[in-house]
Ligand binder design. Structure first.
Ligand SMILES: *Cc1c(COP(=O)(O)O)cnc(C)c1O
Ligand SMILES: [Zn+2]
Length: 415
């Protein structure tokens, strides 16, 4: 696997060593060697693996190993058959969004309850291959749950640097339940990232945050599985929430590779939805600025979007905006909760951050960016049960909006 710096273009080398950034500070990107990859042969291979059982290659990430981490030895793989998630349509949600067709790709159905598993299985497997036995991250909750789960599965240690702001209690409990050691840090997610970048190597910790390029490689599988489920015919738009912007970068990169290999005919456009109180990337593009100005005090109900300084913005810019002709939009917490109530009532369900995708799609249709005759897929990134407090909020909002007072039910007489 080759790692190229996105800033200076030089190749970072260091087999057997974790690589996160170039010496110049730039993000590292991997380059897929697509020589010898034939679209028809790959399609047949991926189809065959759909019917296999109990091999890492039957899961929704490693099924696409040739496009993710070709040289990783099979015995380094730690997997819970992540991916393999549902793709749903629902008439109410389609009407709400306003597009001709709408699919919801439920990454919430992953084993730890969020799309982080798609990338984490690859990062932890790669770290084990390099010889690490301690894994670390900072997290608003889902990254740490996922990392702690895979570390436990591999019999390795997990250390989580926990921000004292913007994390969800139930996600922290999930992380602790998988046996991770929690270290409190002052400040938010952004402070945690800074701390790990400085100190991880000295403690021989393998960093599993999304500045680790292997996370992005794994998350590309969401694009691959979506394309596979749609028989390699993509919708016009893919809409996803943006926090650290790893998901957006991975989606753009995955689509770019699918197109390059000839697995899809054209690259769908990407729409990145940020929460109004944590929308530095949206603001950067809106103001046509050339670099990102962090938001000092991010504020949103969507804990997974509680990020003021998204580390992956250069990658999202290259892959989601430039290569996938992407757009950005921001939505209010109220929009998010309203969309969440709709998604929950459709029987699909999600946590608030995921609902931002639907809220953003609705806004983009309303403002004419997306045409009603176009088709779209929203990525649902996290599970309904991830954030119980938000359920209560969105339910009360939903009931208020209906403005109906339900009479108290009379107890039934047994007869
Ligand atoms: C991590 C996460 C996001 C944000 O994804 P990024 O890659 O950080 O932009 C959105 N929703 C959920 C549920 C998440 O866990
Ligand atoms: Zn560099």
């Amino acid at each position: 696997m080759r790692f190229i710096c996105m800033e200076c273009g030089c190749e970072a080398s260091g087999s057997g060593q974790a690589l996160y950034r170039c010496e110049c500070g730039g993000l590292l990107d991997t380059v897929l060697d697509d020589r010898g990859l034939d679209a028809d042969r790959l399609k047949r291979l991926f189809d065959v693996r759909l019917s296999e059982r109990n091999t890492p290659l039957s899961g929704g990430v490693w099924r696409y190993k040739e496009l993710i981490h070709p040289e990783l030895p099979m015995d380094s793989i730690v997997t819970k058959n992540e991916g393999n998630t549902g793709l749903y349509e629902h008439a109410d949600l389609r009407e709400y969004a306003g597009t001709r067709r709408l699919w919801l790709k439920a990454q919430s159905e992953n084993p730890s309850g969020s799309f982080k598993d798609n990338g984490m299985t690859v990062a932890v497997s790669h770290g084990l291959w390099l010889g690490y036995s301690r894994f670390a991250c900072t997290s608003t909750g889902n990254t740490s749950s996922s990392m702690a789960m895979y570390a436990a599965l591999a019999g390795a240690e997990a250390v989580v640097y926990l921000p004292d702001q913007g994390v969800s209690l139930s996600k922290v409990l999930q992380t602790e339940a998988y046996g991770a050691q929690l270290v409190r840090i002052e400040g938010g997610y952004d402070a945690g990232i800074r701390y790990l970048e400085e100190h991880a190597e000295a403690m021989r910790l393998y960093v599993c945050n999304s500045l680790n390029p292997l996370r992005i490689e794994g998350q590309k599988s969401i694009a691959f599985e979506l394309a596979h489920q749609l028989d390699w015919r993509m919708p016009d738009w893919i809409v996803l929430p943006g926090g650290a912007l790893s998901n957006a970068a991975a989606m753009g990169k995955g689509l770019d590779e699918l197109k390059r290999i000839g697995l899809i005919a054209s690259v769908p456009r990407i729409a990145i939805v940020q929460a109004e109180g944590a929308a530095p990337f949206h603001r950067m593009l809106l103001n046509r600025e050339s670099s990102l100005r962090p938001v000092d005090q991010p504020a949103t109900i969507a804990s997974a979007l509680h990020i003021g300084n998204p580390p992956n913005w250069p990658k999202a810019l290259r892959y989601a905006i430039e290569r996938a002709r992407g757009v950005t939009v921001s939505v209010s917490d109220r929009d998010i909760l309203e969309a969440k109530a709709r998604i929950d009532r459709s029987g699909i369900g999600c946590e608030p951050a995921s609902a931002a995708a639907l809220a953003g799609l609705r806004r983009l249709v309303a403002d004419g960016t997306i045409h009603p005759e176009e088709t779209a897929a929203c990525l649902l990134t996290g599970h309904l049960l991830k954030d119980p407090e938000a359920i209560a909020l969105s339910l009360s909002l939903w009931k208020d909006s209906k403005q109906t007072v339900q009479p108290a039910p009379r107890p039934l007489e047994p007869d």
